[in-house]
Write a protein that binds this ligand. Structure first.
Ligand code: GDP
Length: 138
């Protein structure tokens, strides 16, 4: 079993897609081992996306992540990191495969509905950024 970190981003929460996304997540065999719905502060979003701080879209991205509530989750499954990235689809929804969350729900490249860790090290950092070990129950 492998844990990954996921976010249902503000565009999806705002459009009441939380339940649909959670349903797809569980139906693909992920266990939701931690979850909370919060509004991020700008410093929290900036810290979370620190690897992108030199990118031209950093300011827009971090501001967008604070436009409304998000759902933060730790997911667990066999090959969880790769499997969740596959279920999300490509970063740009225009390039995402049929049946992926981003293909079906994302608005555009920025408002792409979900986040997922891209490697074991980032998953470890991202999980610990938002959750205490006591909040995670496998
Ligand atoms: P991910 O791992 O698929 O989420 O993609 P990245 O790590 O490359 O980018 C992080 C997030 O930044 C994406 O999910 C988008 O929300 C946003 N993003 C990526 N590229 C762009 C861009 O060119 N412009 C804008 N405005 N946002 C972007």
């Amino acid at each position: 079993m492998e844990k990954t970190f996921a976010i249902i981003k503000p565009d999806a929460v705002e459009r009441n897609l939380t339940g649909k996304i959670l349903s797809r997540t569980e139906s693909k065999g992920f266990r939701i081992v931690a979850m909370k719905r919060v509004c991020l502060t700008l410093p929290e979003a900036e810290g979370f996306y620190h690897v992108h701080k030199e990118r031209p879209f950093f300011k827009d991205l971090t501001q967008y992540m604070c436009t409304g509530p998000v759902v933060l989750m730790v997911l667990e499954r066999e090959n969880g990191i790769k499997a969740w990235r596959e279920l999300m689809g490509a970063t740009n929804p225009a390039e995402a495969d049929e049946g992926t969350i981003r293909k079906d729900f994302a608005v555009n490249l920025e408002k792409n509905s979900v986040h997922g860790s891209d490697a074991p090290e980032t998953a470890a950092f991202e999980i610990s950024y938002f959750f205490n070990p006591a909040e995670i129950s496998s």
